[in-house]
Design a protein around this ligand. Sequence first.
Ligand SMILES: N[C@@H](CCC(=O)N[C@@H](CS)C(=O)NCC(=O)O)C(=O)O
Length: 206
Amino acid sequence: MFRLYGSHGSASVLPHIVLEEVGAAYTFVPVDISGDARDPEYLKLNPHGRVPTLVHDGQVIIETAAIAMYLADLHPRAGLAPKLDARARGPYVQWMVYLTNTWQETMLAYFYSDRLSTDPMDAPRIKAKAGQKLDAVLRIVDAGLGKSKYLSGDAVTTADLFLFMLAGWHPTELKPIGAYANIARVRDAVAMRPAVQRTMTLNQAA
Ligand SMILES: N[C@@H](CCC(=O)N[C@@H](CS)C(=O)NCC(=O)O)C(=O)O
């Protein structure tokens, strides 16, 4: 049994989709991330007070990408991660890491620009720079996809589910995600998946 701590519409969407995709039994535990205060019990699980956090058989795992890869590897029949010796494993690991430490991080810099300087006056400049970087990052992902069906080949993986989540956060005031045609194509393909639609309904319901 898995316990996923999250907040609807946040980074917990990715592990939430993966749990639905693999058909695992799980409980979703809502965490209020709207202010700075955090339940001390939650901080024991995730000292950053951020979401998501997964608890599985008493073991605590944090970090969106790590949780998604862990769940996919535990459920190989769902086919959401290439096998260790498969050629697609390299690009798969590459994109999981790139999406978490570059695309996701740049978005966090954009949304939380006020946290990146001691001077609040810096926030607009940090946000503007993060917006520019986001465009560069998206162009790299788009070119990396090229004509490939999904990020690591012909089969959908957690990397594509990750892409779907991040594309859904894309700030409306920036160049639209449709400007990155390959990203939009993969996002649209992932959006059609029943498990993704179920998860999005669950995330909207709360
Ligand atoms: N690298 C972390 C980032 C998680 C993260 O920043 N989550 C956001 C929601 S999308 C959060 O918890 N924000 C609340 C806060 O930072 O106070 C991960 O991927 O798990």
